[in-house]
Structure formats: structure tokens, C-alpha cells
Write a protein that binds this ligand. Sequence first.
Ligand code: ADP
Ligand code: MG
Ligand code: ZN
Length: 473
Amino acid sequence: MRYEAVIGLEVHAQLLTKSKMFCGCSTKFGEPPNSQTCPICIGMPGVLPVMNKKAIEFTIKTGLALNCSIASYSRFARKNYFYPDLPKGYQISQYELPIATEGYIEIVVNGKIRGIGITRVHLEEDAGKNIHEIGASHVDLNRAGVPLMEIVSKPDIRSPEEASEYVIKLRSILRYLDVCDGNMEQGSLRCDANVSIRPVGAEEFGIKTEIKNMNSFKHVRQALEYEIKRQKDILEEKGKIIQQTRLWEPEQGITMSMRTKEEAHDYRYFPEPDLVPVVIDMAWIDEIREGLPELPHIKRERFVKDYGLPEYDSDLLTSTKEMADYFEECLRHYRQPKVISNWIMGELMRLLNLDNKEIMECPIRPQQLVDMLRLIDEDVISGKIAKTVFEDMYRTGKAAMAIVKDKGLLQVSDQDELLKIIDGIIEENSNQVTEYKAGKEKLFGFFVGQVMKATHGKANPAMVNELLKKRLG
Ligand code: ADP
Ligand code: MG
Ligand code: ZN
């Protein structure tokens, strides 16, 4: 029997508001435990929450970017459960009336565009964090009450690869919108994956399991691959899949049962009585729509159309807004899109990846990159030496010309100087000269190599060719 996977993702994104969802506490990450708390977010009795308007604006913005309808009337709901990191005994979330519904995003997998439906985007508050050590457990409530947006996809995803592509695309959109920093390691973007399998061609969905605790794209893919295989093995042995929540264990590369359906919470949702309903008028939605930035897929199309770049380059260069801005800033000073693209996608990305850095942290400014490209065009340095210079610029932050001067890397384009070197080489290699003249033409490369060696790679290659041809007849 051949099976296909059915996957739906629930992504939680912490919003980049300055203050929390229902109180004025700061949302800054990494502060001393419990230093950013107040009676509201630690769940004291008798306090009243007040909505953060910016968080609602960010959710509308996201809803619009994900092609959703925005509800003119929505409301918050109480989701009741007890856990030490949730001192109120309930989380304020949304239930039957979320802010945004029925949208989609497009992902590209194996060159094919696929639309993935979005069921809903709703707003809630984050819980605190439990920290366990041997002999003691601690609760840090700095995160309690931070605005959290939940984006639920339809079960439209069909492979682990599509799932990770979906998260990458969603993250990119959230970062373009400036509503979430997308940092999966710090937990500002978290993802739960629901997965079932069914025989190829079947209409009906199978029983799903939900996987939690994946904090990178790679984990999403690996956990799903593991889980699909596990479900297949069960069905092939005529077993039954149990609906359950499972945890991804990255060290062992497996998922483990966390709780089954019988142990599932009954959240006893009801409308949050301490908050008024959310009424959103058309004028506000229009205003937010007007302010939307150019989204990644639109930018990608523009890069192809306006700059004549290949799809591949455009996709990579528009993967973050910062990268696209960097590229366009270079272009303002130097009108050769493909040359710039090659340097960014090649050397620049290579160095950034080595250091695990983002383009915003790149020590080479666009103007400096362009200055170096000009040195190549003006024959001051060769393309090969440029790579060394570039790495130096990256390490030291110095300008290209300064490095070229300091290290004596100027390209040798002086005809007399080159001729002197060439004549010396011809004299020392009379055997090869005789062979070359007798018709062994591939020895030409040998002479070029000798000149390059003598000049430490700095000889102007075009001139070397020309002069060697002359001298060797
Ligand atoms: P639950 O009530 O268990 O939370 P939901 O209907 O809210 O389930 O769906 C949660 C997520 O699971 C959504 O992303 C949805 O697309 C996905 N999903 C629902 N049914 C299935 C299924 N049979 N297989 C895989 N994913 C599913
Ligand atoms: Mg659900
Ligand atoms: Zn507070």
C-alpha cells in the first residue's frame, strides 16, 4: 500500500510590541527572571486586563498579508487549564470568533507553486516559563502575557519538505511585516505539526498526531519524517494510530508520546468577561492595508522583471527584507544586478553562514562592496585576488583599496614589468619553449601558471595572455 501524508501546522508568533497584551509590562527578552511583571500578568485576583491596540493592529496586518478576511467583530475567550507557568488558571485566547480567517500563502517546492490554506489567525497571551534544575523548579513570568499570534493552516500540506517550506515562507512574511522577529531558537516563533497518513487516492483523513517542541526548520522536517514512518509501520502491521500529542526529542531523533486524547484537557472555553468585544471598522483595515510593505513574492517578481535576475537569485535575495535592501542599496551605486547578486549569494553568504550571522550584522557595507567591484573593473585587482580582499574586508571592516595597498595586492598591469618576468621564464624553461613551438600548444597554460606564480597571482591575466603569445610567437 502506498500512503500519503496530510499535515496541518499551528504556528505561534510572539509579537514585537513594546508592552504585553493586557498590561504595560515590557516584553524585552533576556531580562532577570520576574523583573517584568505586575499584578495583571502574574494573575492577582481583582485586576482587569486592557487590550494592547498595537497587537490587534499587527494581527490585522498579518491577516491581510495572508489573504484572510478580517472580522469586523471578534472577541477573546478564556481557555481554562492549570499549570505553574499560568498563575491565573486560564489563558486569554480567542475561540469561536478569531480576528482573521480563510486565507492562504503560496510556497514553492521543486519549482512548483502550491497554495496552502490558512484557517485562522488569532491573538492570545503567552504563558510564563518553568525552569527545572536538580532539586528545584522555578517559574519566570517575564513571558507571561506577551502577545502571541496563532496561525493555523488547513491540512493542505503533503510532505515534510512542504511543511518546512511553509514555515520558512511564513517566517519571512512575518519579518517583512515587522510583527515578529522570527527567532525560533529564542522561541519567538514556535510550531506544532499535526500529521496523519492515508492510502494514496483516499478522500478521508486518517487519525492525526500532534508533534510539539520543534525549534528549527530542520526539526520540523526531521520530526515529520520520523512520525510519518512511525505511522506507516503501525498501519502496515495492521495496528491502529492513537490520537495523541507527541514530543520531538532532537538528540535521539524520535517523537515520544506526551498525552493521549483521553488525557486531553477540557478547556471549558467561554467569552472573556473582563474584556469588551473587538470591533474593527473598515477605515482601520484600509489604513493598515495601505501601510503594508512590498511582500516577498511581489518583490521576487519585481527583481526578475526589473533587474533581469534568474528566479533562483531573486528568491534568495528577497528571503529577508534586509537582504533585498542590501542588494538594492548596492545597485544604487553600481548598475550590474547579476554581478552584485553573484557576490552576495557567493562570497558574502558563505562568510555570513560560517559565522552564523545575518546580513544586518555584515561588516561590509553596500558602498564598500561596490567600491571593490570597481577595483576589479578598473584592473586594479584581479577577480581572484578580489576574493581574498573581500574576506579581509569582512574580517577587518577596512575599505578594499586600503587592504590592497597594505598587502601589496595591486594587479601588475605594467607591460615592461610583465615582459621582464616573461622573458626570465622563457629563458629558464627552454625545453618547454622548444616543445611548445613544435606544436605542444597545451603548454601555454604552463607559462601562464609560471607568470602567476612569479607575481603571486597579481599579474593582469589578459595582459599575460597577450604578451606570452607575442613572445612565444
Ligand atoms: P484539534 O481540535 O485537534 O486542535 P483542529 O481541527 O483545530 O484540531 O486542527 C489543528 C491542526 O491540525 C490544523 O492545522 C489542521 O489543519 C490539522 N489537522 C486537522 N485534521 C488533520 C488530520 N486528519 N491530519 C493532519 N492534520 C490535521
Ligand atoms: Mg486546535
Ligand atoms: Zn504585567
